[in-house]
Design a protein around this ligand. Structure first.
Ligand SMILES: NC(=O)c1ccc[n+]([C@@H]2O[C@H](COP(=O)([O-])OP(=O)(O)OC[C@H]3O[C@@H](n4cnc5c(N)ncnc54)[C@H](OP(=O)(O)O)[C@@H]3O)[C@@H](O)[C@H]2O)c1
Length: 357
């Protein structure tokens, strides 16, 4: 099958460069255009400072950076854009691209809370793709967003508990510096330090949890009505957001039952086998002092699925309270990998034309 032409917006940034890596040699997608700010126009991608351990993919080094020009992207036959833009920049261009018939998979928060835009995590809410059909009645392309990088790992780790009736969440996140992009937080502020505030993060966790677990009702999404209490904290780790999670359930449970639910949780059939889907979306840490960002941020591998699984550890039960720690790779599962998986799912269900997957 001929590969689908895609572009990466924000290709020089933290998330953008993880997109390049995940899209390199992808079986269905081919990067034909890379965009950044106007100051970069015509700069070869190969000259950009590398923010990924594997560097800028060699096959893409010759691509010249473009500005955000929807007309040029449409003219180049781009069918999909993967966006790693700041939210204020994303808002206008993402909608313009969708109006021109280019499908947008975005990490920016700009459109996340729009009633017709899903916050898609395929294992949880692939049914929310029904909203995309409604978007397509208004414009030729659609927008699908990822959750915030902290919410993604948290939401996935809640999935096995869903049938038990979640009432309340109390979480504290320990978020890596790469979550703030590049150059991000000044070294003098974060080295040997912890910053107990990340602007806008806690309301995002609250609102996005409700929307991700929403039911589809007659008049649109009906958000889950759990109480969510979140403290989001920046710590001097590099990659991987760790979340200490307390879940209040409807009824008392046993540790054996909860352990079995996590251990036996399988990838849903509609997602299994996609190129960026890990074999299991949730892994149980084998040792008491895990998960750790340095050791577990790449869980889910080998190959392009590395960093796509969430690791859960420190599991404890006290009556109807379940406590655990989860870790997700903020740049892969919480950003670029999540978007690529979303696009693969859309290809599989026929929302994107281009062949079987
Ligand atoms: N980092 C994470 O873990 C993470 C996780 C989930 C979601 N996100 C979200 O993903 C997005 C990108 O985050 P990031 O961490 O990759 O940020 P970043 O490292 O600061 O990268 C930002 C990118 O946007 C480009 N850009 C900035 N202003 C622009 C403009 N006026 N026109 C065109 N391009 C412009 C930059 O290009 P130049 O190099 O030319 O400035 C760069 O490529 C944000 O919305 C963020 O909230 C981040």
């Amino acid at each position: 099958m001929e590969k689908i032409k895609v572009a990466v917006l924000g290709a020089t940034g933290m998330v953008g460069q993880y997109f390049l890596h995940l899209l390199n040699d992808h079986p269905c997608f081919q990067v034909v255009a890379v965009c950044a700010s106007d100051a970069r126009i015509a700069q070869p991608l190969g000259e950009v400072k590398s923010l990924h351990p594997a560097g800028i993919p060699e096959d893409m080094a010759h691509l010249a950076l473009m500005g955000l020009d929807a007309g040029t992207l449409a003219g180049a036959g781009v069918q999909i854009v993967f966006s790693g833009l700041p939210a204020d920049i994303a808002r206008g261009i993402e909608m313009e691209l969708a109006q021109r018939g280019i499908h947008v998979f975005s990490n920016a928060s700009a459109w996340r809370m729009d009633p017709l835009v899903p916050i898609l995590i395929p294992e949880i809410n692939s049914a929310h793709l029904a909203l995309v059909q409604q978007q397509l009645q208004q414009r030729r392309g659609f927008i699908i967003t990822n959750a915030n990088c902290t919410t993604t790992g948290l939401a996935l780790s809640l999935l096995p508990l869903l049938p038990l009736g979640i009432r309340r969440l109390i979480i504290a996140s320990y978020q890596a510096v790469s979550g703030a992009g590049y150059p991000g937080i000044p070294a003098l502020d974060i080295s040997g330090n912890i910053i107990p505030f990340i602007d806008g993060e806690e309301p995002k966790v609250r609102k996005e949890c409700g929307k991700i677990f929403a039911r589809i009702g007659a008049s649109g999404l009906e958000p889950a009505e759990w109480q969510v209490h979140a403290h989001c904290i920046r710590v001097p780790t590099l990659v991987g957001h760790l979340v200490s999670t307390h879940v209040e359930l409807a009824e008392a449970v046993t540790l054996e039952k909860i352990t079995a639910l996590f251990r036996d949780f399988e990838m849903p059939a509609d997602v299994a086998g996609l190129p960026t889907a890990p074999a299991k979306p949730i892994l149980m840490a084998s040792e008491k002092n895990r998960p750790q960002p340095v050791r577990d941020a790449d869980a889910g591998g080998p190959g392009r699925t590395a960093g796509m699984a969430v690791t859960v550890g420190r599991l404890e039960v006290d009556g109807n309270i379940v406590r655990f720690v989860n870790l997700a790779n903020n740049l892969v599962r919480g950003a670029a990998g999540g978007s690529v998986l979303n696009a693969e799912l859309c290809l599989r269900v026929g929302l994107i034309k281009g062949g079987a997957i």
